[in-house]
Design a protein around this ligand. Structure first.
Ligand SMILES: [Cu+2]
Length: 491
């Protein structure tokens, strides 16, 4: 780093020293070297021809490792296909390669990509592709405009390492993107990214339907809602539940996970966060700048981010857009399931549940026998139970099970008309007392998720369940605090 010292020793203008300082603190002058590298990547020679491996989300192709730059053939087929946005809700997606987001393309700097864009003869519209990794007019859009039943071929050399979005740029551009026409292309540096244990591909998108969220049947695109930026769905990987339950991504304790996260938009910016994890590294905006120890990273519409973290303890880690109504009410929620040994040093789990009595009572242990707990609870009328139960429902259960108990298909089971709920009262009490995990079937649909233990008192549980049982076509059972205590004291 001689250059750095010389640079500092030179008597220079005030302005220059500020630039030098910024340079040292932020990137240790790496910036300067990158600039030279950028120029060089255009001169990298390619040797052989190779067919690019393309993958559907959440999978990514094999890392480039130490391979030389090549002529890389990318065969991408555009398909307009009906798919499921949510159980019972379908949508006609326009896709690159049959998935939303489109096929993941993995390259290294210096590769010469020969891109074959095919528009399936059954499609109705012309399309094209704008790859943000391209240095050239329209990112390839101008050369790739292709009518149904045709194939366009164009080529480009990847010069800048990073993670880039690609998308359709055919008018009306917003509509093509809103229908799912986006994906990611990764350009690895010479020698590849450092190896990790698990890599996944996730991309957020906002969708605008004629009907409201959850309205059944085939939904068409709503231009006005898109212009107003009022999406009915905000999702990861094209649909609600693409990454939950059986579709969750997985890792083992001790492994390092790398997520290639993109945001197709068309409108919203994502505040990407994994509940219960901290990103050890974030390649900010998918570029060279690496930030350490990040809780939430901002991913612009038409931008991307590479996040990496080591998973230390087992559990289900929920990935969200932390603009949180999008997560719990519009679908931007995914799951990473981590298996392995617990590490009590890193996370203890619940150690004790004590009763806290502020008025001189201090702290005492939770009663274990029914005698103590059943005492002193004033009897309530059904009307009172329903009133307080509704309040409790709106404070706790509502976020997941939704206002009308309808749940979120694939993520949160319905409480409305729930056969699971109505079949067994003690079991339902147990669910609220202890939480629930593992596969269950509710009204014929499978759920395999986690409901955390709700910290409610016995009479709050009695009230909330009485309210639920008296709403939305359920069996109108009355739950008393005594019944809750009986279940609680069963070991
Ligand atoms: Cu298009």
């Amino acid at each position: 780093m001689n250059t750095k010292l010389n640079f500092l020793n030179v008597r220079s203008y005030w302005r220059q020293s500020i630039i030098a300082l910024a340079c040292i603190t932020i990137v240790s002058c790496a910036n300067k070297e990158d600039k030279t590298e950028k120029v060089n990547t255009a001169d990298i020679e390619v040797s052989q021809v190779m067919q690019a491996e393309l993958t559907a989300p959440p999978h990514v192709p094999t890392p480039v490792g130490r391979r030389q730059a090549k002529k890389l053939i990318v065969d991408m087929e555009i398909l307009e296909e009906e798919g499921e946005m949510l159980n019972g809700v379908s949508y006609v997606y326009w896709t690159f390669g049959g998935s939303v987001p489109g096929s993941f393309i993995r390259t290294r700097v210096g590769d010469e990509v020969e891109f074959h864009l095919k528009n399936h003869p059954d499609n109705k519209l012309p399309h094209n592709i704008d790859l943000h990794a391209v240095n050239g007019p329209g990112g390839g859009a101008e050369s790739s405009f292709v009518a149904p039943g045709h194939e366009k071929v164009f080529s480009f050399k990847v010069l800048n390492p990073g993670l880039y979005v690609y998308h359709c740029a055919t008018a009306p551009v917003g509509m093509h993107i809103a229908n799912g026409m986006y994906g990611l292309i990764l350009v690895e540096p010479e020698g590849g990214l450092p190896p990790v244990d698990k890599e996944y591909y996730i991309m957020q998108g906002d969708f605008y339907t004629k009907g409201a969220h959850g309205d059944r049947g085939l939904q068409s695109f709503d231009m006005q809602k898109a212009i107003d930026e009022k999406p009915d769905y905000v999702v990861f990987n094209g649909k609600v539940g693409a990454l939950t339950g059986d579709n969750a991504i997985t890792a083992n304790v001790g492994e390092t996970v790398r997520l290639f996260v993109g945001n197709g938009g068309p409108n919203l910016v994502s505040s990407f966060h994994v509940i219960g994890e901290i990103f050890d590294k974030v390649h900010v905006e998918g570029g060279d700048l690496v930030n350490d120890n990040v809780q939430t990273t901002l991913i612009p519409a038409g931008g991307a981010s590479i996040v990496e973290f080591k998973v230390d303890v087992p559990g289900t880690f929920i990935m969200v857009d932390h603009s949180i109504f999008r997560a719990f009410n519009k679908g931007a929620l995914g799951m990473l399931k981590v298996e392995g040994e617990e590490d009590k040093k890193i996370y203890s789990g619940e150690l004790r549940d004590d009763i806290y009595l502020p008025e001189g009572g201090g702290i005492q242990a939770m009663p274990e026998s029914d005698e103590v707990a059943a005492k002193d609870i004033p009897a309530q009328s059904l009307e009172e139970q329903l009133k307080f139960g509704k309040q409790a429902y709106q404070q706790t259960c509502f976020a997941c099970h939704q206002a009308e108990g309808q749940g979120i298909p694939g993520a949160f089971p319905p409480l409305a008309n729930s056969d699971y709920l109505n079949a067994d009262v003690d079991r339902a009490i147990g669910v609220v007392l202890h939480g629930l995990t593992g596969e269950i079937t509710v009204n014929g649909e499978k759920y395999n998720s986690v409901m955390t233990r709700q910290s409610l008192s016995p009479d709050e549980i009695a009230n909330v369940l009485t309210y639920v049982y008296h709403s939305w076509g359920n069996s109108k059972k009355v739950i008393t605090p005594e019944m809750v205590n009986k279940v609680r004291n069963q070991k």
